[in-house]
Design a protein. Structure first.
Length: 678
C-alpha cells in the first residue's frame, strides 16, 4: 500500500508540471483537476483498505537528506486522515472541473502540490518527511493565494497572502525544533524510534508547547486563528474548501501524531490540559464570530475555527483521560475527535462549494445582497441545507455523532481524581454546549438569509443552477453526510486502529452498525432517531392537511408590514427584510462586548426632525491585533539589540562567542544527564 501511495504522490507531481502548459494547452486545466480527483479517489481506496486490513511496512524512497532517506507508511491514524483528504479532494476536483476550465498556470501548478504536501504529511513515517510535507503544503497553499491576488489585483488579497506566509514561517520555526527535541541526541527521526523513546520532563513540556504553536497556527487554534478568516475567503471556492476542510485537519493530525502517538502513553493527566483549554476557547470564539460575519465565506471560515476547537477538545481530553489510566473513556474522546474531524471535512466542503455556486450565480458573497435563492437554485439550496444542518449538529447527520460522543466523554471525565481536572472539564463542557448553540444559530442565519425571503437584487433572480460535475459533488457530499450519520458505529469500527493509537487502549467504543456508544454510557441510535423524525414529520403533515379546509394557494410574498415598495424598486425594498447585522445584534450585545470588543452607538433625532435615527455597530477580534503588536514590538527590540551589537569591540565579540559556546556545551551535558541521546 505504501508503494501505491508513493506512485499516487508522483502522479500529483506530474500533474503539477502539466499545469505549467495551461497557457498553450487549453485542456490542461481539466487534466489537472480531473487527475487530482482521480488521485483523491485512489487515496480513499487506499485509506479504506489500510484501515480494514492493516498498514504495511515503511517504504524507503531513493531521495532525502544525507543521514536518512524519506520513508512512507500508512497506519490507522494516517489512513483515517487520508480518507478525509481523499473525500475532500474528490469533491473539490469535480467542482474545479466545472468552474476552473480556464484557470491560469499560476493556479494550476500549486494546486496538485497542495494535495501532494498534505498527502506526504499524512504518509510520512519519519519526522523529516513530515516536516517536508507540511512545508510543501504551506508553500503551495500560499502560492494559490498569491496567484489569486495576482489574478484579481486586489490589495486585500495580497495582504492576506502576506499574513498567511508569516504564520506559515512561524509554524515551521516551531515544528522543526519540536521534531529535533523528540529525536534527541540520538538523531533517530523514524516514528518507530521516536515512539520507543518518548520525551519526559521539561523536554515533553517544550515539545507540547512547540507543537501547539507550530501546528496549532495552521489549524486555526486560538489565539493563532486570526489569519484564517482573512486568508480562506480570498481563494476560489474549491481551494477554500481544501484549506478549511482538509488542511486544518492535516495540522490536527500533526498534533495528534506528535503529542498523543509519539508523546507516549505515560504522560501525566495535565499533558492534554492546554489542548483542551485552547480548543474550548477556539470553539467559543469561532462560533461567536460566525454569528457576526456578514460575508458568507468568512462566516464559514469562522465556523471552521469552532469545529477545529471541538476536535482539539477531543484530543486534549483523550490525553487527560489516558494519563489518568482511564483507557475506555479515552477511547470515547479519541473516537469523538476522529468522527467529528471527518464530519467537519464533509459538511464544510459542501458548504464552501455551495458558497462558490452562490457567488458564481448571484454575483455576491454578502448575506445582505442575497435572498430568495431557493427558487433559482433549489438543488444548491437543498444541499446547503443538509450541510448547514450537519454543521448545526442536528441528528441523524454525521455532524451530530461526533459532538454527542464528545459531550458524553466530557460528562464522564469527573472520574479523574484531580479536582483541577474536574473543574476544568466542567467549564469546558459548558463552553462546548454554548459553542454548539452559537454554531447552530450561525448556520440558521446563513441559510435563512441566503435562500429564504425575497430577492434583494435583480442578479439574484437570474442565478443559475450548478453545472453537472459540481452538482454531483454537492449531492454526493450531502448523501455521505446522511449515510455516514446513520452508521457512525461502522465508521468507528473501521477507525478502531486510529482510536487505539490515540487512546493507548486496545478496546474500542462499543459500536454496532446502527448504534454507537460505550458500554458505561448511554448509547445513540441514529436510525431510530431518523425513523422518529420521519414519523413525526409525516404525522404533522397529515394533521395540517386534515385541519386545513381549503386547498393551498400561492400569494404575494409577505412584506413584513411595510408599505409597498416604490416604482424604482420592482423587486422590493431590501431594507424591509431582516439584515445580517440585525440578526447578530442580540448576541453582539450579550457576548460581543467582552469577547469581540463590540460597541454600538445610537444617534437619535430631536422632535420634529424627519431624518431617521442612526445606529453604528462595530466589533473586531482582539487576538490578531494583539499578536501582531507583540511581534512588532519584539522585532523592534531585536533591531535595537542588533544595532547595539554593531558597536562592540573585537574583545567583546570574542567574549560573546566564547560564552555562547560554553552555554551550548552546558546544554549538551544537561541533555546527556537527562538521558536524551545515546
Amino acid at each position: 500500500m505504501s508503494a501505491t501511495l508513493a506512485i499516487l504522490l508522483i502522479v500529483l507531481l506530474v500533474l503539477s508540471l502539466c499545469g505549467g502548459f495551461a497557457a498553450r494547452w487549453p485542456d490542461a486545466a481539466r487534466l489537472v483537476h480531473g487527475g487530482c480527483a482521480i488521485v483523491s479517489l485512489g487515496f480513499v481506496t487506499l485509506a479504506v483498505l489500510s484501515l480494514a486490513m492493516g498498514g504495511g511496512a515503511p517504504v524507503l524512497l531513493p531521495v532525502g537528506p544525507p543521514w536518512a532517506p524519506l520513508s512512507l507508511a500508512l497506519d490507522g491514524l494516517s489512513a483515517w486522515f487520508l480518507l478525509l483528504l481523499g473525500l475532500v479532494g474528490l469533491a473539490c476536483g469535480l467542482f474545479a472541473w466545472a468552474h476552473e476550465a480556464a484557470a491560469p498556470p499560476a493556479r494550476l501548478i500549486p494546486y496538485p502540490l497542495f494535495l501532494f504536501g498534505m498527502a506526504l504529511t499524512l504518509a510520512a513515517a519519519d519526522g523529516f518527511t513530515l516536516i517536508l510535507g507540511f512545508e510543501v503544503m504551506s508553500l503551495a497553499s500560499w502560492g494559490l493565494l498569491v496567484a489569486r491576488a495576482m489574478e484579481t489585483r486586489d490589495a486585500s488579497a495580497r495582504d492576506a497572502a502576506r499574513l498567511y506566509l508569516q504564520f506559515s514561517l512561524f509554524g515551521a520555526a516551531c515544528l522543526v525544533p519540536a521534531i529535533g527535541l523528540l529525536g534527541g541526541l540520538a538523531g533517530d527521526l523514524s516514528f518507530a524510534g521516536l515512539r520507543a523513546a518518548p520525551p519526559t520532563g521539561w523536554v515533553a513540556a517544550a515539545v507540547m508547547t512547540l507543537v501547539l504553536l507550530g501546528a496549532g497556527c495552521k489549524a486555526g487554534i486560538w489565539p493563532l486563528h486570526g489569519w484564517l478568516p482573512i486568508a480562506h475567503p480570498v481563494a476560489p471556492a474549491g481551494v477554500s474548501a481544501l484549506m478549511s476542510a482538509a488542511m486544518t485537519k492535516v495540522a490536527l493530525y500533526v498534533v495528534a501524531r506528535l503529542v498523543l502517538d509519539l508523546g507516549g502513553p505515560a504522560q501525566p493527566p495535565g499533558w492534554g490540559a492546554a489542548l483542551l483549554l485552547l480548543g474550548a476557547a477556539s470553539a467559543l470564539i469561532g462560533a461567536l464570530r460566525a454569528t457576526q460575519e456578514v460575508d458568507g465565506k468568512t462566516l464559514l471560515a469562522c465556523s471552521t475555527i469552532e469545529h477545529v476547537g471541538l476536535v482539539a477538545m477531543g484530543l486534549g481530553l483523550a490525553a487527560i483521560l489516558r494519563g489518568a489510566d482511564l483507557g475506555p473513556l479515552a477511547s470515547v474522546a479519541a473516537g469523538a475527535a476522529l468522527l467529528h474531524a471527518l464530519g467537519h471535512a464533509l459538511f464544510k466542503t459542501l458548504l464552501f462549494l455551495a458558497a462558490g455556486e452562490i457567488e458564481s450565480g448571484a454575483g455576491s458573497r454578502r448575506l445582505d445582497a442575497l435572498g430568495g435563492l431557493i427558487h433559482a437554485m433549489p438543488l444548491v439550496a437543498g444541499a446547503a441545507l443538509v450541510g448547514a444542518a450537519a454543521a448545526a449538529a442536528l441528528p441523524p447527520l454525521l455532524g451530530f455523532a461526533g459532538e454527542w460522543l464528545l459531550l458524553q466523554a466530557l460528562l464522564s471525565a469527573w472520574r479523574v481524581g484531580s479536582l483541577w481536572v474536574q473543574v476544568l472539564v466542567a467549564a469546558c463542557t459548558a463552553v462546548a454546549a454554548l459553542s454548539a448553540a452559537l454554531g447552530a444559530f450561525a448556520m440558521l442565519r446563513f441559510w435563512g438569509l441566503v435562500f429564504l425571503g425575497r430577492a434583494r437584487t435583480p442578479r439574484t433572480l437570474g442565478a443559475q443552477e450548478a453545472a453537472p460535475p459540481a452538482r454531483a459533488a454537492l449531492i454526493g457530499l450531502a448523501a455521505l453526510l446522511l449515510l455516514a450519520g446513520l452508521v457512525p458505529g461502522a465508521l468507528l469500527a473501521l477507525g478502531a486502529p486510529a482510536v487505539a493509537q490515540l487512546s493507548a487502549h486496545p478496546g474500542l467504543v462499543q459500536a454496532g452498525l446502527w448504534s454507537v456508544g460505550p458500554s458505561m454510557l448511554p448509547g445513540y441510535q441514529p436510525l431510530g432517531v431518523a425513523l422518529l423524525l420521519v414519523v413525526a414529520a409525516a404525522g404533522l403533515a397529515a394533521l395540517l392537511r386534515r385541519a386545513t379546509p381549503l386547498a393551498p394557494a400561492r400569494g404575494p410574498v409577505w412584506d413584513g408590514g411595510f408599505i409597498a415598495p416604490p416604482a424604482h424598486l420592482p423587486f422590493g425594498d431590501p431594507d424591509t427584510q431582516a439584515s445580517a447585522s440585525g440578526f447578530a445584534q442580540p448576541l453582539r450585545r450579550m457576548l460581543g462586548g467582552r469577547l469581540l470588543a463590540g460597541r454600538e452607538h445610537v444617534t437619535g433625532r430631536p422632535p420634529g426632525d424627519p431624518n431617521p435615527a442612526r445606529i453604528d455597530a462595530d466589533w473586531h477580534d482582539p487576538a490578531l491585533p494583539a499578536l501582531l503588536h507583540s511581534l512588532r514590538t519584539a522585532r523592534e527590540r531585536l533591531a535595537g539589540a542588533a544595532e547595539r551589537l554593531r558597536g562592540l569591540t573585537i574583545r567583546q565579540f570574542l567574549a560573546l562567542a566564547f560564552g555562547t559556546l560554553l552555554l551550548l556545551l552546558a546544554l549538551l551535558v544537561l541533555l546527556g544527564q537527562r538521558g536524551i541521546g545515546p
